[in-house]
Design a binder for this molecule. Structure first.
Ligand code: DGL
Length: 264
């Protein structure tokens, strides 16, 4: 078995998930697709995100023979997961980034948690509904933070721009005394340290990277899909080449990687 794992996001955010996967399973081959031409997803309507997600999944399976798909984007997980799963009809595993967070939270005893995410994710109500159903004793304060993904994509990290936007979003009474803050967008772990400074040290900052990688590993193990042959080069494909994507991939992987552009 040397088929790759297909991972996609609107841009660099999903690299936070790809990074956790390659740390946990360094022998696995990855094909990453960043839909930079259509970025941001968080401001798009569900039907636009669903149509992109179907096209990208099709590309990852037909052109790259992927053995599993990771929707490394909360906005696409919230709006397109069921459609993608039904479309694949159990042919290969497909994993979203929301369910692993809900599973992680259900083992905790948090009284009050916060959620920041894109408008599409908040409007979908998926986190709100799953937390209410699975963790009824935990109260949730959910807030859309629509500018964050784009400023991160532009590399405004530890920067006056990110600080000013975070002040506007996070200085909010609703987030007083939260036990945990869910980073409900895969871009946000890139500014996790800045976000932590708005809360006490006891407030746990939660994101999808590690929990999603663990979930993937357990599914690949169960389905006998783990890599058995020597590792190949990981592939990074974008629908539009951007400097920030190139800079971020270098930052994550510590070496020059070659980016490919594929427009569809
Ligand atoms: N990283 C994505 C998410 O997790 C999308 C950000 C965007 O494109 O708006 O929601």
């Amino acid at each position: 078995m040397n088929q790759p794992i297909g991972i996609f996001d609107s841009g660099i955010g999903g690299l936070t998930v790809a990074n956790s996967i390659s740390r946990l399973m360094p022998e696995e081959n990855l094909v990453y697709f960043g839909d930079t031409y259509y970025m941001p997803y968080g401001t798009k309507s569900p039907d636009v995100i669903q149509s992109r997600a179907l096209k990208i999944t099709d590309f990852l399976i037909k052109s790259h023979n992927c053995k599993a798909i990771i929707i490394a984007c909360n906005s696409a997980s919230a709006t397109a997961y069921e459609i993608l799963r039904d479309n694949l009809k159990g042919k290969i595993p497909i994993i979203n980034v929301i369910d692993p967070i809900i599973e992680y939270l259900s083992d905790k005893q948090f009284k009050k948690i916060g959620l920041i995410a894109t408008q599409a994710t908040i409007d979908s109500g998926v986190y709100q509904e799953k937390i209410k159903r699975r963790i009824p004793n935990t109260s949730l304060e959910a807030k859309a933070t629509p500018l964050l993904a784009s400023i991160i994509e532009e590399n405004f990290i530890n920067h006056a721009v990110s600080m000013s936007v975070l002040d506007t979003y996070l200085i909010d009474k609703r987030f007083d005394a939260i036990d945990a803050m869910i980073l409900g967008c895969t871009h946000y772990p890139l500014i996790a340290q800045e976000i932590q400074t708005y809360f006490s040290k006891q407030t746990e900052i939660i994101h999808s990277g590690e929990v999603t990688a663990e979930k993937l590993k357990s599914i690949l193990t169960k389905e006998n899909l783990l890599q058995t042959k020597p590792k190949l080069e990981d592939r990074f494909i974008v629908s539009m080449l951007t400097n920030s994507f190139e800079a971020s991939t270098k930052f994550f992987y510590g070496k020059k990687i070659s980016l490919e552009e594929k427009r569809f």
